[in-house]
Structures are given as structure tokens and as C-alpha cells.
Design a protein around this ligand. Sequence first.
Ligand code: S3P
Length: 431
Amino acid sequence: MEVQINKGPLRGELTVPADKSISHRGIILGALADGETVIQNLAGGKDVQSSVSCIRQLGIEVEKLKGITRIKGRGIHNLQEPEDVVDCGNSGTTMRLLSGVAASRSFQTVLTGDGSLRRRPMGRIIEPLMMMGAGITGRRDSRLAPLVIRGGGLHGIEYRLPVASAQVKSAIILAALAAEGETVIHEPVPSRDHTERMLAAMGVNLPMEQGLIRIKRAGDLLPLDIVVPGDISSAAFWMVAGIIVPGSEIMLRDVGLNFTRSGIIDVLTKMGANIQIENRHMIGEEPVGNIIVRHSELKPVKVEGQVIPRLIDEIPVLAVAMAAAHGISEVRDAGDLRAKESDRIAMIVSSLTSLGVEVESSDDGFIVNGNGFIPGGSVPVGSGGDHRIAMSLAIAGLISRVPITIEGFECVSVSYPSFREDLVKLLRHTA
Ligand code: S3P
């Protein structure tokens, strides 16, 4: 599907889709609980739907009625062997977290996904889960899905994560819940901690020190009652849009502000963006607030080190903000972008280059020479089937001199099915 981007100031209030990471965890952890987990405002995109259908294949009933999702957990030991291959679609979080669950069950689970997911690295979960005692094989010397997992009989391990990945950390934590002894995980840099927060609310004792998580075999897990906050990764598109398009002012309501996710606010503020946070409060285990952004002149910035996992999914749209700034910006220490739904370093560089932006890749990031606007181009620019690239290009189109057309825009449905409607509302000032 080709989409042409209209222009104009963006004004109004918006509630962005519910947080995808929290939604996946609500479903998967809810399936392990003893009793019914109730989730309000579950994310509606295809990725979270993949987690729902996979969990159903493991014998768990999931009911959705009037905006409320109920997961009928029967305890971690009562999951059933799936009768067929389990399809995780485009969702890396579904595949990696479910691998941790499947590794602890003494039956066979076969996990697959779409073409993009079958190209993404799975060695990073296979290695620790096999060290714990699970039997896992996959394509290409057990580095790629489909994965065949025969679990059970796990024991605790001490493991240093080679990459800061919340998906890998969560897979190990989920397996550790049913492993003998203690599991100790060392994180090089803190990554999103929704799994830890939710498990604490389910009654699991998870002592955490700086960079260290300890988990012991768990007894019964308490069911959850969750309201999912807005997804900061979706809000980030409108934050950047409101900041770079002259005359804009946008309020984004009830967005999750967990420190492990809010690096985009820190970096845009450092660039000189006018961002205000109001009505900070907690929804369950997670901090939330309203984010107000106004058009601002941006300075270039260097983004590296500890902040990277705190904004990893927002880097494509941050690249657009860098193009809208005057001067040389740089992203480093972000080599894992090459292992996302697409090689995001390559996609950022090729798509922005085709729109006339001066941008160059490095091994673990890229450099943008921003001159305050995006020239644009008459040739349609491809999304590479990656939802965050497609939406970032749409935001670039809001400040391009020549209107741009994006190919393959339908991929946004994995995380933000109503993106175009929300854009139209903000452009018409009816949001
Ligand atoms: C996610 C963790 C991140 C992120 C992904 C969602 C999660 O991946 O990029 O979109 O929900 O745990 P990694 O754990 O691979 O960094």
C-alpha cells in the first residue's frame, strides 16, 4: 500500500495505542498465573494478537469483551503441548518470551514467524536456555527460527547478557521460574524492566541490584489486574512531529514514562525541544503522564552508551529529528539496530538518503548532517516492511520540500493500526 503524506501544523490531543511490551507480558505472564488475569486497554496491533493466538495454542483461554481481555491462567505447570507449529508472526517479543516459557515445559513446541522474524538472531536466547538444560534446535546451526524446543528439567545458571536485551533477559527469567536453584543474570546496561515489575506484582521475589537480577523457582503466581498505559514508542512519532513541524502543539495522554523507556524525552530535550510532562502518576506498576510538545528549533546531538537501550525503538524517528536540526548528529553503540524487524541502520541511511538527507552509516550507528529540512523526492520510498521505518518516513514527509510517497505502509498494523487516522486528526486539528 502506497501512502502520500500531507503537510501542515499538527495540533490537538491524542491517546496513542497501548504499550506493546507491557501488553505482550500481560498475556504471557497471565497465562502462567493461577487464576484470571484482567487486562484493560490491551494493545490492538498484530504483534500482540500473535501473543494471544500463541498462548491459546498452549491451551490457555483468552476472552475479549468490551475492551477487557481475560486470560484464564491455570498455573505454569498446566500449559499444554501445542498440536501444531506456533506462529509468532512478526513479533520478536512473542518468540523470545515464549521460548523461555516453552523451555521450562516437558513437551515439544515448534515456534516460527514471518520472513523477517525467521531472519532475526535467536542464538542469543538458545544459548542461555540450553545452558539451563533445555533442548533447542533451529535452522542455520540453531541460530534462526523455526525453533524446536523440548523443555523441562531446568536448573539455574549465572549468565552475563552479551547484549542489553529485555527480550533475552525476560526469556531467561521466565525459564528460571520453573528451574531448580537460583538464576543470576548480569545486564551490561539496564534494559526495559516490565517483566520484573509485573512478576513482583505476581508475588515473585526478585532481588535486584545495579545490573544484577536473582530469580528462584516460583510457587503459585498471583493473577494480575492491569491497565496498560500508552506506548512511548508510538508517542515518539508525534513527539518528533510536534517538535519539527512549525506551528504544532500536541498533547499525548497517559503515556508510559518508565525510566528504562524514556530516553527519547531526555535526548529531544537535550536537542532543545520544548517538552512538558503533566499529571505524572502511577497506573499499576508503571509511571505515566501527559506529554506536551511544541515546535522548537533543534540542536544536533550525540547519542551513545547507557541511553541506547532506553530509546532503541525510537532511533528511526530520532534520525528524522536529527535531519531537522542544524549540524552533525551521531548515534553510536546501537549495532543491535541491525537485528530488528529490518536492518534499521541500513534502512535509516538508505531511506533518508533517497529523501536528500546527508546521512552515513557506521558499524554501530550513523551520522546525520542536518540542515533543518528534508528535501524529499518524487520516487516512492520503501518501508522495508518495517513498521517503525514506515512511520518515521511519514514524519519526515511532514517537513519535506517535495511531498513524499511511502511504499509498503500496511506494515504499521503490527504496532499502530490507526496511525493514518491519528495523523489526519492532528492535521485537521480535530484530535
Ligand atoms: C522489547 C525489547 C527490545 C525492543 C523490542 C521490544 C521487549 O528488543 O527493541 O521492540 O518488549 O522486550 P531487545 O530486547 O532485542 O533489545
